[in-house]
Write a protein that binds this ligand. Structure first.
Ligand SMILES: [Zn+2]
Ligand SMILES: [Zn+2]
Length: 61
């Protein structure tokens, strides 16, 4: 079990802008849902719910 921040740091793609590598500390606020898949960099299908959100990659699931 790792935290969201650790997973983002380890991931090859930025969940805020979808680009790999580099410093993406300012790309995404922690309160925002991720917009891109951290595994493949594709745009996520984000569904915002009253209780939070779900973000699903069409390739990774
Ligand atoms: Zn970024
Ligand atoms: Zn993916």
């Amino acid at each position: 079990m790792i935290t969201e921040a650790e997973r983002t740091a380890l991931a090859p793609y930025c969940s805020g802008c979808g680009k790999p590598g580099g410093d993406h500390a300012g790309c995404r606020r922690i309160t925002d849902p991720p917009r891109f898949c951290v595994s493949c960099g594709r745009k996520l299908a984000v569904q915002v719910l009253p209780t939070g959100y779900t973000a699903t990659c069409v390739r990774c699931g």
